[in-house]
Design a protein around this ligand. Structure first.
Ligand SMILES: [Mg+2]
Length: 253
């Protein structure tokens, strides 16, 4: 697994093995500086506004074309694989020997910046928020880079992990894979108790919490009832990441 990490500061000798929640500490226990793992879609921008629709349409086109099925069947397969494997790509690889890189290129080949909708102030937020920021997205790298640039965050994110980097033992292991999340903590040399995952997906947050991340649910961009059912189990719920500098102090776990 490899990620871009220009200029990442070296961890000091006090770094502890990652992978377990922080012990309940006494007043003298100091938590290390946070390492923020940010999801991308519906966390840092509103993908439900138009981008998801564009991607889903292209994925259905792709399935229709490559598997020679009708539109309805293609749409059903796309959804079935997404539900079963967490990513349509994984089902297409497993059952139809689809080339993942070709699939990712074709399905994200559109005017991304033109469809982007996001709040203002994200670059200021990243500058203000203490600690390292890492992007952790199940989306492809080229797509993630384009969005980071459009949001003015590309210089603020010290490491970026997209789906191409989420491989263990030569298999793709996107979120919510616990083994991948554990690997990520070790890969980034995150001190115990320092990792925070900021996400809109309850399933991803549950896995992260189980392997030692503190968790922040972002629900402002999500459509549907998921956030209403699942908010309480996480360390913090925010409508927008812009609330983090203030809300951070209330983060449990
Ligand atoms: Mg997301």
């Amino acid at each position: 697994m490899s990620g871009r990490r220009p200029g990442r500061p070296r961890s000091g000798p006090s770094t502890e093995p990652a992978g377990a929640p922080a012990q309940p500490g006494g007043s003298r226990t100091r938590r290390p500086p946070p390492v923020w793992f940010f999801d991308l879609d519906n966390t840092l921008h509103d993908a439900s506004h138009a981008i998801f629709q564009a991607i889903n349409g292209r994925m259905t086109d792709y399935v229709e074309r490559h598997l020679q099925v009708d539109r309805e069947q293609a749409n059903q397969l796309r959804l079935t694989y997404w539900r079963r494997y967490g990513a349509t790509m994984l089902g297409l690889m497993r059952h139809h020997a689809v080339d993942p890189h070709h699939f990712l290129r074709e399905t994200h080949d559109f005017d991304i910046a033109g469809l982007l909708r996001a709040e203002r102030g994200l670059a200021r937020l990243f500058a203000r928020l203490p600690g390292r920021k890492v992007l952790l997205t199940n989306a492809p790298g080229a797509y993630a880079d384009e969005i980071l640039r459009a949001l003015g965050l590309h210089r603020r994110v010290l490491a970026r992990y997209a789906i191409e980097q989420m491989r263990l033992h030569r298999s793709f292991r996107p979120k919510p894979s616990r083994s991948m999340l554990r690997h990520m903590l070790a890969r980034e040399r995150v001190p115990r108790g320092a990792a925070i995952l900021v996400e809109d997906s309850a399933a991803n947050l549950r896995s992260a919490r189980a392997v030692g991340f503190r968790t922040v649910l972002v629900f402002g961009h999500s459509r549907g009832p998921t956030h209403l059912r699942s908010g309480r189990q996480f360390g913090l719920r925010v409508r927008s990441v812009l609330e983090l500098p203030r809300a951070h102090a209330r983060l449990r776990g």
